[in-house]
Design a protein around this ligand. Structure first.
Ligand SMILES: C[S@@+](CC[C@H](N)C(=O)[O-])C[C@H]1O[C@@H](n2cnc3c(N)ncnc32)[C@H](O)[C@@H]1O
Length: 373
C-alpha cells in the first residue's frame, strides 16, 4: 500500500509535536538527573517510526537521544543516571533504519544507558510496559504514545501506565478525526474510547474541534481524579483542523515543567501551535504572555489570604508559569493592591513571592498574600 505523504515527510505540525516532546524532556531529564535518589529513567517510545524522514525531519527517537546525549556531554565526565530507551515500531524496516541512523550519527553510547528496539504490536507491548513500570523503585518512566489513529488507544492504557505514580505519559491524538466522527455517526472504536471516559449518553456535544479537545481533557481529568494532572497542547493543521497532545502526570513538578515547555512554543497563550506563513505581518513582532485573565482570576483568588504554595498551585492550574503570576503580583504590589505578610504577621520582603516548586515543598507557607479591596 502506498504511504501517505504525511507518513514519509515531516511537516511543521509533526515537527511541533516532537519539539514539545524535546523541550519537555530537556526540563524533565535535567531535573531527574540532579536528584540523587533517582537511580534510572526509562523512556518508552511506543510508536517510534523510522527516526528520520525523507525530507530530513527528525522524528521522536532522534530527538529523545539528542536530549540524552546533551545531558551526558554537559556532565563533564561526572556520573549521570542511566537513561534507558525502548524504541518500538510494528514495522521492522523502520527500527532497522532508525538503528542505522543512530549508529551513523553516533547518537548513543553505553554510558548513556540501555538502548533497545522492538517490533511489537502496541497492544502486546502495553501490558509488559505496565508491569515493568509497576515494579520501579527510585526509578521513573516516561511513555510517548504517537499512533497514526486512535483505534489502538484506550483510556485504561493511560490509567494503567500511571497507577504506580512513577511515570508520565505524553499522548498524541488525532482529535479532529474523532470530533468529525462524533458529529457524523460514531464508529465502534470511538464509542469504546469515549465510554471509558464518560458514559456515552452523558458525553456533552462539542460545537468545535477545540471544544471537543477541552471536553476530552476534562473527561480524562475526571476519570483519573485529583491525584493526577492532565494537560493539552493543541496543534492546528490546515484551517480549523485541531489535533492534540495530552500530557498526564501525578507530579506537580512535571506539570510545572510542561507549562514551561508549552509557553516556550506559544509565547502568548501557552496553549498550542498554528502555522504562521512568511506573509504574516506580525510574524516578527516579539510576543508576550497574555496575563489578562490570569490577573482577573488571581484577584478573585486572593480575596481570602493565600500562601505561596496556594498561589503556586493556582498558577499551574491556570496553565501559567509562576513567572507570569510573579509579574502580576509585582504590578499589584506597586499599585498597593496586595498585602503580603510573613508567617508572624510582619510585612514580607518586597517583590518576593516564593512561587516555585522548592518553596512549595520546603516552605509552603512562608508568606501569605491577600488583595486589598
Ligand atoms: C505517527 S507515526 C510515529 C511517528 C514518530 N513518533 C515520529 O516522531 O517520527 C506512527 C508509527 O506507529 C507505527 N505503528 C502502527 N501501528 C502500530 C502498532 N499497532 N504498534 C506499534 N507501532 C505501530 C507505524 O509504523 C508508524 O511508524
Amino acid at each position: 500500500m502506498a504511504l501517505k505523504d504525511s507518513q514519509t515527510k515531516m511537516y511543521d505540525h509533526s515537527e511541533v509535536k516532537v519539539r514539545l516532546l524535546k523541550l519537555y524532556l530537556e526540563r524533565y531529564l535535567n531535573i531527574m538527573n540532579s536528584l540523587s535518589y533517582i537511580k534510572a529513567i526509562h523512556l518508552f517510545d511506543m510508536f517510534c517510526g523510522e527516526g528520520v524522514y525523507y525530507n530530513g525531519g527528525k522524528g521522536s527517537p532522534l530527538q529523545i537521544l539528542e536530549v540524552i546525549k546533551s545531558i551526558h556531554e554537559k556532565s563533564n565526565g561526572n556520573k549521570t543516571m542511566p537513561i534507558n530507551c525502548l524504541f518500538n515500531d510494528i514495522e521492522k524496516w523502520k527500527t532497522d533504519k532508525l538503528q542505522n541512523e543512530i549508529a551513523s550519527k553516533a547518537l548513543h553510547n553505553k554510558e548513556m544507558g540501555k538502548l533497545e528496539f522492538s517490533n511489537e504490536d502496541y497492544k502486546n507491548l502495553l501490558p509488559n510496559t505496565v508491569q515493568f513500570i509497576n515494579k520501579l523503585k527510585n526509578e521513573k518512566a516516561f511513555v510517548f504514545i504517537d499512533p497514526y489513529g486512535y483505534k489502538e488507544i484506550r483510556m485504561s492504557d493511560i490509567r494503567n501506565l500511571l497507577t504506580s505514580k512513577s511515570s508520565e505519559v505524553l499522548l498524541f491524538l488525532p482529535t479532529q478525526f474523532m470530533f468529525r466522527f462524533e458529529e457524523k455517526g460514531t464508529p465502534e472504536s470511538l464509542k469504546e474510547f469515549i465510554s471509558e471516559i464518560v458514559p456515552k449518553d452523558q458525553w456533552p456535544k462539542s460545537e468545535t474541534g477545540i471544544d471537543f479537545i477541552e471536553k476530552l481533557n476534562d473527561g480524562f481529568q475526571n476519570a483519573l481524579g485529583d491525584d493526577f494532572f492532565v494537560d493539552s497542547f493543541v496543534i492546528t493543521r490546515d484551517k480549523n483542523q485541531f489535533f492534540c497532545l495530552f500530557y498526564f502526570t501525578s507530579h506537580i513538578y512535571g506539570f510545572d515543567r510542561m507549562q514551561d515547555a508549552k509557553w516556550e512554543i506559544d509565547e502568548e497563550e501557552g496553549r498550542g501551535w498554528q502555522y504562521e506563513d512568511d506573509t504574516n505581518l506580525f510574524g516578527g513582532v516579539a510576543k508576550t504572555p497574555n496575563t489578562f485573565i490570569l490577573e482577573r482570576k488571581l484577584k478573585e483568588f486572593l480575596v481570602n489570604p493565600k500562601t505561596n504554595s496556594d498561589v503556586y498551585k493556582f498558577t499551574l492550574h491556570q496553565r501559567h508559569k509562576p513567572s507570569h503570576t510573579n509579574q502580576v503580583l509585582l504590578k499589584l504590589q506597586a499599585e498597593k493592591k496586595i498585602e503580603v505578610v510573613n508567617k508572624d504577621g510582619s510585612t514580607a520582603r518586597k517583590s518576593s513571592f516564593y512561587l516555585n516548586y522548592k518553596a512549595h515543598k520546603e516552605t509552603p507557607d512562608k508568606i501569605q498574600m491577600k488583595i486589598i479591596i
